[in-house]
Design a protein around this ligand. Structure first.
Ligand SMILES: CC[C@@H](C(=O)O)C(=O)SCCNC(=O)CCNC(=O)[C@H](O)C(C)(C)COP(=O)(O)OP(=O)(O)OC[C@H]1O[C@@H](n2cnc3c(N)ncnc32)[C@H](O)[C@@H]1OP(=O)(O)O
Ligand SMILES: [Co+2]
Length: 134
């Protein structure tokens, strides 16, 4: 069921500084900031040869990453995202296995215009896990 690693997300306290570091120090291909109001974040995608890095910065008052940045003020790895072919089949199988699907359990459209879901980090070895249908 599980496919490619789509991205690793890193929450950062300064989006411009983090973008500049990947662009200038690491020589990476860095995209433009993208506001995602439905998700409460601004994202910058960094294209690597084999996957992507998603830099995350809080957007709005109820951002799901605000608490994470309070606990980790220097930033840190926030989630990993795996590709699946059928997100509803994946969701139902994981729910049957006892994993908690976050939110109302229905996929939302993510930063790539594709349906996404999140699994609770406590059910995934301490790692918040996003699934993206490709
Ligand atoms: C741009 C769109 C999309 C994409 O297309 O790529 C995105 O990536 S959006 C990214 C942001 N969206 C989300 O994170 C949505 C899912 N997240 C949530 O629903 C919540 O953030 C959460 C995971 C349920 C956490 O809720 P919160 O209220 O912030 O924290 P708690 O303090 O209640 O956390 C409970 C427990 O879990 C630990 N935790 C929290 N976040 C993480 C994390 N990112 N990684 C690992 N562990 C995490 C937290 O430390 C608590 O543990 P204890 O202290 O042991 O109780
Ligand atoms: Co993500």
């Amino acid at each position: 069921m599980i496919g490619r690693l789509n991205h690793v997300a890193i929450a950062v306290p300064d989006l411009e500084a983090a973008s500049a570091q990947y662009r200038d120090a690491l020589g990476a291909k860095v995209g433009a900031p993208q506001d995602e109001p439905d998700h409460g974040v601004t994202v910058v995608f960094i294209e690597l040869p084999n996957t992507k890095i998603e830099l995350l910065y809080p957007l709005g008052e109820d951002s799901p990453i605000a608490g994470f940045l309070e606990k980790n003020p220097a930033g840190g790895i926030h989630h990993v995202c795996y590709e699946v072919e059928d997100i509803i089949a994946a969701r139902d199988k994981l729910k049957e296995a006892g994993l908690r699907v976050l939110g109302n359990g229905e996929p939302k459209i993510g930063a790539h215009g594709k349906p996404v879901l999140f699994l609770h980090p406590k059910d995934m070895n301490g790692t918040l896990t996003e699934l993206e249908q490709v």
